[in-house]
Design a protein around this ligand. Structure first.
Ligand code: NAD
Ligand code: TYD
Length: 356
């Protein structure tokens, strides 16, 4: 069995669902259920013995030790994190608690478990830390894409806390011999993506007849990967990755934000045309830029491709079509996650700008 943390969030829940399409190996899923955690994402697993959910914090060492002692997982995959850059700008504290202190405590519990494990389990055991390309900072237009050897230059509180966690993970390998692996992935998109992030926010706002807020000039570049391709990369790394190594994961899909939003609009224009015949793109507005906004991210994923024979299955065109279709087919999921506290976030983040 494996322990997944943060498995009720966007990528974690996609990972859990994807795992059971390939394996019957059970998962124990530890998640604190913050605003970003949503058990509805996993409702297709109701009554499925392969999945056991525990509500709890990765920073609760005693709880994690109890889970490890009882369940004896052969791997831990750590998705749990605060993940939204804009929230980290308005309030970094939770990011420091979960991403830094929480990861450290999860590693401490892991060290306790690993040290006393029988040698057969020690040989098999892996701790995979799921991280981001944002730790590498911002690229100029002519810079080569991020390689694993790039220096860390995080610019936001979010990326700084992820960078810190990556360093702690590394230290637990070099100092205590914990068999760790780290993946640094580019921006994901796909089903179950909370509509505070660019793509699901724009789909949701477009359908609600609201404005589509583009920060600054919209020329910031991100490298987009369909979430299922991230899941397959993580499965590759946990099974075949070299212990102590880091692997960059990306889809060779660099796009400016404005082009991403225009693509979403044109897919919506085709799948659900507006009654008045206008394009959803007419709802785009340019709003105040994010402070310290990184200009460009791009991932060189050749190491994972060549070493582990991984490659993404989706292009941006195929992935965005699947994503928009999923949101159109799941209005109840959107209605549930956008009630309550979500409205407070919109007021806080976009309050001084035109209505998003
Ligand atoms: P998310 O915010 O959607 O989900 C995070 C999950 O972690 C939620 O279910 C939340 O309840 C849980 N969680 C938060 N704090 C916790 C704690 N202290 N203990 C236990 N559970 C806790 O995030 P996501 O987009 O799914 O990202 C998952 C991981 O992947 C993160 O580590 C993130 O840094 C990394 N990542 C994300 C992207 C992306 O584009 N979303 C890209 C690269 C890497
Ligand atoms: P986001 O989805 O928040 O991911 P990240 O900041 O981790 O890359 O944002 C993706 C890009 O879209 C980023 O450059 C910020 C921009 N953006 C907007 O222009 N408007 C928005 O309302 C949001 C949420 C993001």
């Amino acid at each position: 069995m494996i322990l997944v943390t943060g498995g009720a969030g966007f990528i974690g829940s996609n990972f859990v669902l994807d795992w059971f399409q390939h394996s019957d190996e059970p998962i124990i899923n530890l998640d604190k259920l913050t605003y970003a955690g949503n058990l509805q994402n996993l409702k297709s697993l109701a009554g499925d013995d392969r999945h056991r959910f525990v509500k709890g914090d990765i920073g609760d060492i005693e709880l994690v030790k109890t889970i490890l002692a009882q369940e004896r997982p052969r791997a831990i995959i750590n998705f749990a994190a605060e993940s939204h850059v804009d929230r980290s700008i308005l309030g970094p504290e939770e990011f420091i608690s979960t991403n830094i202190v929480g990861t450290y405590r999860l590693l401490e519990a892991t060290r306790w478990y690993f040290t006393q494990a029988p040698s057969a389990l020690q040989e098999q055991f892996r701790f995979l830390h799921v991280s981001t390309d944002e730790v590498y900072g911002s690229l100029s237009p002519s810079d080569p894409a991020f390689a694993e050897t790039n220096r860390y230059e995080p610019n936001s509180p979010y990326s700084a806390t992820k960078a810190a966690s990556d360093h702690i993970v590394r230290a637990y390998h070099h100092t205590y011999g914990i068999p760790v692996l780290t993946t640094n992935c580019s921006n994901n998109y796909g089903p179950y993506h909370f509509p505070e992030k660019l793509i699901p926010l724009c789909i949701h706002n477009a359908l609600a007849g609201k404005e589509l807020p583009i920060y600054g000039d919209g020329q910031q570049i991100r490298d987009w990967l369909y979430v299922k391709d991230h899941c397959s990369a993580i499965r590759c790394v946990v099974e075949r990755g070299r212990v102590g190594e880091t692997y960059n994961v990306g889809g060779w899909n660099e796009m400016a934000n404005i082009d991403v939003v225009k693509t979403v609009c044109s897919v919506l224009d085709t799948l659900k045309p507006k009654a008045d015949g206008s394009s959803y793109a007419s709802q785009i507005v340019f709003v105040k830029d994010r402070p310290g906004h990184d200009r460009r991210y791009a991932i060189d994923a050749s190491k994972i491709c060549e070493e582990l024979n991984w490659k993404p299955a989706e292009t941006f065109e195929t992935g965005i079509l699947k994503t928009v279709r999923w949101y159109l087919d799941n209005p109840d999921w959107i209605a549930n996650v956008t009630s309550g506290a979500y409205q407070n976030w919109l007021n806080l983040q976009y309050g001084n700008s035109p209505q998003p």
